[in-house]
Design a protein around this ligand. Structure first.
Ligand code: ACO
Length: 322
């Protein structure tokens, strides 16, 4: 028994911050941000939360499928910026939409979260019973941004996107490759609380905001993503030429171009939308997938590579037939 994506959807906060807006509050420029990253604007939460954005995506997915929330067997939210440590974002969403038959939990693999999530949830579709589940990537990264740090503040945006999954008789998820490099985890951190015991030293040592070795992550991504894609393609007995679309994590247009070059594939096979949303971490891959499906760029039967990289450090690839 396989699993297939039957609906896609996304939701973003209404407030948009352009590069120009950022240049009014920090020493940066539209030219610097666009030329180094490909980002022009991002959506920033005001009243929205990670749970409310994921809730909107869930409701849209159910409405598109004309399915009651009680038909869901599970909800998994991939996030590195949940509203709470507990309850999980997925549990908040489960309660919000009334998915009383669904179990729900969060998964954190940063920007690789959605790809890791697809690998994990496949397991729940092995039965003969008709099974439905939601897999959503949702982030409010703006709460992890130090607005005085121009080296990270210009990169990230808020949003949520996801898919409704159902079991199928034909296999759609062909192969996956997941890899983690915990020894390099210090290259990208946010929300450190390990030194937070006031009982011990009287100091509340927390580091809420992004700290990043930009060059280190760039080099990790431009080498790690093509290597992960090659491993996954090999498992699926496919070569890169057979792939219709490469849906990569939307962090930086230069990273996407480097990956295309290393795989010797035309850039036209790599749709991009970071100009409009910035880096939305776990939401970025399903957000791009949803836009490509809605525009008709991705069609039923297309061979897709989904590949993400980020905090952990993590990298992950899923090969699928849409
Ligand atoms: N505006 C203007 N100047 C800036 C800005 C800014 N926003 N940020 C940095 N600069 C300056 C620096 O101070 C530096 O100045 P100097 O030369 O006088 O010292 C200069 O620009 C170059 O800085 P670099 O950091 O060397 O710039 P680089 O070309 O490496 O680009 C970037 C930086 C865009 C961050 C790049 O390294 C990158 O994209 N790395 C990958 C990061 C990434 O994808 N992270 C997300 C991972 S996903 C996740 O899990 C959340």
């Amino acid at each position: 028994m396989g699993v297939k994506i039957v609906q896609t959807a996304h939701a973003v906060p209404t407030k948009i911050m352009t590069n120009y807006d950022l240049s009014q509050i920090m020493d940066t420029s539209d030219e610097w941000i666009r030329s180094r990253t490909g980002i022009s604007q991002r959506h920033i939460a005001t009243t929205e939360t990670t749970s409310s954005l994921c809730g909107q995506v869930s409701e849209q997915l159910l409405q598109q499928a004309q399915l009651p929330a009680t038909a869901l067997d599970f909800i998994v939210v991939c996030t590195m910026s949940p509203d709470y440590f507990t309850p999980a974002t997925a549990a908040v969403v489960q309660g919000m939409i009334g998915a009383t038959n669904a179990f729900a939990f969060d998964l954190n693999a940063a920007c690789s979260g959605f790809v890791y999530g697809l690998s994990v949830v496949q397991h729940y579709f092995q039965t003969n019973k008709e099974t439905y589940g939601l897999l959503i990537g949702g982030e409010v990264l703006s709460r992890l941004i130090n607005w005085q740090d121009r080296s990270t503040a210009v990169l990230f945006g808020d949003g949520a996107a996801g898919v409704l999954l159902k079991n199928s008789h034909t296999p759609h998820l062909l192969a996956s490759d997941l890899a983690t490099f915990g020894d390099r985890g210090g290259q990208l951190t946010a929300g450190y609380r390990g030194g937070a015991s006031q009982m011990v030293n009287g100091v509340n040592q927390i580091m809420p905001y992004f700290q990043m070795d930009g060059r280190g992550i760039y080099s990790f991504a431009t080498r790690g993503v093509p290597a992960s894609i090659e491993r996954a393609l090999q498992q699926a007995n496919l070569v890169a030429d057979q792939v219709d679309h490469f849906i990569l994590h939307q962090a930086n247009t230069r990273i996407v171009a480097q990956v295309a070059k290393r795989l010797q594939q035309p850039l036209s096979k790599f749709p991009q939308n970071m100009a409009a949303y910035g880096n939305t971490s776990a939401a970025s891959i399903p957000l791009l997938l949803d836009e490509c499906v809605r525009s008709g760029q991705i069609k039923l039967g297309d061979i897709l590579v989904l590949s993400g990289f980020g905090g952990g450090l993590t990298v992950g690839t899923q090969i699928m037939i849409y």
